[in-house]
Each structure stands twice: as structure tokens, then as C-alpha cells.
Design a protein around this ligand. Structure first.
Ligand code: GLC
Length: 516
């Protein structure tokens, strides 16, 4: 796999000049720098505390970080085969894929359709949610398999919220995250109402595995790169999964599982430091939490994830404007800046990507999007603020990655990452790599080579499609376990095979004779 982690060497795209910035704004910039900068010592302290909290989440008593066992037991070999459906209930879209894993090791074919998640659904009720999802799946099957007699297709459902799983085909939603607030789902198993909606419509699908996007990312990435040990999402939300041995999971001790048996843990690390012991929260972080649908939850996520970056930026600018002694946006109508969540992380990305010394593009954006005409010193402050918020996000994110590496004593490994912030936010990768270097005290890269350019001991790399390929692979691994009689963590092994091609002697899930 080629390395796209650029290391810390990339030059800043513009130098920036604070020469013409008036004293009051300079002072404010300095104050913001102090507020949002996380230095090496703090990064280390956060990572150390993080290690303790990961371990605590695995105990019977538990801690803030849920550390949910997922019943995905072990990595793929690359020899998995079959046809699977994957459903991803992401924040903005609903994606349905059909994935074929052929005989060739590590290969896959994928077809997919996207459906927009209506905004109202996110705060609507449970019945509407399941009905909408089942309708999309039905449409997908009708479109791609018109007129075919189908065996039931095994489905991996990527449900990227914290869920307690007694089995892989089960999941009790602990609480909504990422701004979702759908009534009647929290505290309940999401599988039965989902399956009921499918049955009602006669859709030939069998839910095989309910997975988290991070677990999907871990498994999909390890399918093509055996060095992959951690799967991360840096997107609307932020979270990670890794493989733990059952002997290290006291909360599973009663189940008497072989202590060497591996099981993927969905950390749900967004909840790190919900008790506010270590993270350097600002007054703006406090407001974000207070005004969110679930105050007190997801303390870490609210400081770093894509959903909140634009909002943090907006809150800071509004606060500066409202302070009489700071002259910013004087005499301008800031009504549009007063609307919560009106700026998303891409707004910050665009500011950080502005290549011009005079910040021409940033000025244009403020004018067209917010109706605010900025003076040059204001633009300098805006740019610095975007950098500070983006840098804090990358550096704090690295604390989580470093903590898992420390916990597992991984001196070297690859981390598969996905999500809009990782893929699109400028310098996120380089800033994360720099923070890892500081936390883990690297002086040299692998084999004594210079750091960067693919030599960093721990590298965060773009992942394979976790909610598509990952979901399919986990479904395949689960069916294989059932076929081999290794049914731990599977609610209804017989029911899982019934009506699917896996129940037949051939291992293909769509029987060839059923095709047109
Ligand atoms: C939130 C969810 C978590 C998910 C992450 C990334 O933190 O709680 O399940 O993995 O967002 O999508």
C-alpha cells in the first residue's frame, strides 16, 4: 500500500503577515493561540490518561468510554467469498452496496446506490426511520435484481452509533450521537424493528451483522494490509476500533472465552473525558455541549469532530464581535453569524486552503456566505482561528491513536482512517503525524530512516471502504463461523443461514441458477 501520510514536512501554503494587524486583534489572536494550542506535555498527559480510560472501559464497572465488544472475532484472511449487501446509515446519506468477494485473494467488486437521509428523519420517530431504510433497500433490490428469484441476501448493517451488543446480530443503542435525536430508539435493540420493516415489505434480506463504521474500517483495511491494527473515523463523528484479546476484557470474563481469542472493540472514544478531568476545554466547547441534544456526552468528539469544527469557529467569532473592546466586523450585520450550525467544517477547510497572501478567497466567502465584508487584519485573525481549530482537532485525535498503540504495545503499525475530516481537511494528516511523533518520542523512522515519507513507525493511512467492503467482510466472517459451528456471540445461528445461499452446499450467497 502506498503511503499518503505526508509527514510534518509540508510547507505552509502561505506565510501570512500580522504586520498590519492592530494591537487589540493581535492580543486576541494571542489569547486564542493560548486557548486552542495543545503542547507536547499536554498531549502526553492526555494520551496517558486515555490509556487508563480504555482499560477502565473494558472492566465490569466500566468508565466513560464504552469499549463495546462487537463479536467480530478476528481479522479476515483475504480468502473470504460470497455476495453480500451492505447498508450504511451515515449522517447525510444512506448508502446501499452489493459486494462480491471473488475467489481471488483480497479482491472485491462493488455496486452501490446512495439515498439522501431527509433532515427531518434525524429528529423524527423510530417507525419513520425504519420504514425509510427498508424502502431504500427494497428499491435497491428491485433495481438490481428485477425479476430474479433470490435467496435471502446476507446484510452487514453499518450503524455508527454506540450500541451494546450481546450478539453480532443485535445492538441496543446506548445513546444517539452526532446530533441525531430520534425518539423511541435509545435503550432498545435496533435489529427487530429493522427486520420487521423488511419482512413487512417482503424484502429478501437477512441481517447477518450489525457493525460500527470503525470496525468496518479496521476489517476492510486489514483485508489488503496486514499491518492495519486500528480503524478510525475522523468525520462528522470521531471514533476508533481495534482488536483486543478476550483475556484483556474483564467484562467478558464470565463467558469463559479462550483468553487468546481476538475480538474487535468499538471504543466509542468520543466519550473520552466526559467527566472533564484532562481535556483543555474552552468556554466555546462548553457552549457546544450545553446546546447539544445530549449535554454531558461525547466530550472528546465535540472538540474534534467535523460536526463541531464550524460551530466552534462561529462561536468564537461571534463572541469576539460581541465584546465591546475588540473591533471586529464593526458596523456590519452579523445576523447570519448568529445561526447555530450554519458553518460546517468545509468552510474552515476552504479558509485553510486559501492560497492567496491577501486571503482573497476567504474574504469572498465571508461576503457571499455571511454578508460580512472583512478588513485585512480581520481576515488574518479568521485564518489563524481556522488553523488553531483544525490543528487542535488533529492533535487531540492523535492522542487516541497513541493511546491504543501504547495499550497494545504497538511500536509500529498502520491505522486505517476514513471520514470527511481525514480525507478533506487540509494538513489534518500532517498535523496528526506531527502530534504522534511528539507523544511517542520518535527520533527516527522505521529501519533507522528519517521520519515521514512512509517511514513513521505508526502511520495513519486512508482506509478501504469500511461501511461497504468492511460490512461485507464481517458478514462473511460471521457466516463462516456459523458454518464451522463457532457460534459465540451469534444470537440465532440457524436462523442466520436459513433461506440464504450459505445454507446450501455451494458457498456463494447468490445461487447462479437464480440469476437471469
Ligand atoms: C460517533 C458514533 C460512533 C461512530 C463515530 C464516527 O462517535 O458514536 O459510533 O463510530 O461517530 O462515525
Amino acid at each position: 500500500m502506498s503511503s499518503t501520510s505526508l509527514g510534518p514536512r509540508r510547507k505552509p501554503s502561505r506565510k501570512g503577515s500580522m504586520a498590519d494587524v492592530p494591537k487589540d486583534l493581535l492580543q486576541e489572536i494571542k489569547r486564542l493561540e493560548d486557548l486552542f494550542t495543545v503542547d507536547t506535555a499536554k498531549l502526553k498527559a492526555i494520551s496517558d490518561h486515555f490509556v487508563d480510560e480504555l482499560a477502565k472501559g473494558l472492566t465490569k464497572e466500566g468508565g466513560s468510554i464504552p469499549m463495546n465488544p462487537t463479536w467480530c472475532m478476528g481479522f479476515p484472511t483475504g480468502n473470504e467469498t460470497g455476495t453480500f449487501l451492505a447498508l450504511d446509515m451515515g449522517g447525510t446519506n444512506l448508502r446501499v452496496c452489493e459486494i462480491n468477494l471473488p475467489e481471488e485473494k483480497g479482491e472485491f467488486d462493488i455496486i452501490q446506490s446512495k439515498y439522501r437521509m431527509p433532515e427531518e428523519l434525524k429528529t423524527g420517530n423510530a417507525d419513520e426511520l425504519w420504514a425509510y431504510i427498508a424502502d431504500c433497500l427494497q428499491q435497491f433490490i428491485e433495481y438490481h435484481h428485477e425479476g430474479e428469484r433470490l435467496d435471502k441476501l446476507p446484510l452487514g448493517f453499518t450503524f455508527s452509533y454506540p450500541a451494546t451488543q450481546d450478539y453480532i446480530d443485535h445492538g441496543v443503542l446506548q445513546r444517539w450521537t452526532k446530533g441525531f435525536d430520534i425518539d423511541g430508539v435509545e435503550g432498545k435493540d435496533v435489529v427487530p424493528p429493522f427486520e420487521a420493516a423488511l419482512t413487512e415489505r417482503g424484502v429478501p434480506i437477512k441481517l447477518t451483522a450489525l457493525i460500527n463504521d470503525t470496525t468496518g474500517t479496521l476489517i476492510a483495511s486489514s483485508y489488503t494490509d496486514q499491518e492495519m491494527k486500528i480503524g478510525c473515523i475522523f468525520g462528522t463523528g470521531c471514533n476508533a476500533a481495534y482488536m483486543e484479546t478476550c483475556g484483556n476484557i474483564p467484562k467478558l470474563a464470565d463467558m469463559k472465552i479462550d483468553p487468546e481469542q481476538e475480538i474487535a472493540i468499538n471504543c466509542e472514544w468520543g466519550a473520552f473525558d466526559n467527566e472533564h478531568k484532562i481535556l483543555p476545554r474552552t468556554q466555546y466547547d462548553v457552549i457546544i455541549d450545553k446546546d447539544s441534544p445530549r449535554p454531558g456526552q461525547q466530550a472528546f468528539e465535540k472538540m474534534i469532530a467535523g460536526l463541531y469544527l464550524g460551530e466552534l469557529f462561529r462561536l468564537v467569532l461571534l463572541d469576539l464581535h460581541e465584546q465591546p473592546h475588540i473591533k471586529i466586523f464593526e458596523g456590519q450585520d452579523v445576523a447570519s453569524l448568529k445561526k447555530p450550525y450554519s458553518l460546517d467544517a468545509s468552510f474552515l477547510s476552504d479558509i485553510e486552503n486559501d492560497p492567496y497572501e491577501n486571503l482573497l478567497e476567504t474574504g469572498d466567502m465571508f461576503h457571499t456566505k455571511l454578508g460580512i465584508k472583512c478588513l485585512k487584519p480581520e481576515l488574518e485573525l479568521i485564518r489563524r482561528l481556522a488553523e488553531l481549530i483544525g490543528t487542535r482537532s488533529a492533535r487531540l485525535s492523535a492522542c487516541g491513536v497513541a493511546a491504543i498503540c501504547k495499550k497494545k504495545s504497538y511500536k509500529t503499525c498502520h491505522v486505517g482512517a476514513d471520514g470527511s475530516v481525514f480525507n478533506k481537511y487540509p494538513h489534518f494528516k500532517a498535523r496528526g503525524a506531527q502530534a504522534l511523533k511528539e507523544i511517542l518520542d520518535w527520533e527516527k523512522g522505521r529501519d533507522g530512516k528519517a521520519l515521514g515519507r512512509g517511514n513513521d513507525p505508526v502511520e495513519i493511512l486512508p482506509a478501504e471502504d469500511g461501511s461497504g467492503v468492511g460490512a461485507a467482510l464481517i458478514a462473511a466472517l460471521t457466516l463462516k463461523r456459523v458454518q464451522e459451528g463457532r457460534t459465540m456471540g451469534i444470537r440465532d445461528p440457524e436462523g442466520m443461514l436459513a433461506g440464504t445461499a450459505a445454507a446450501k452446499p455451494s458457498s456463494k450467497q447468490v445461487a447462479p441458477e437464480a440469476k437471469k
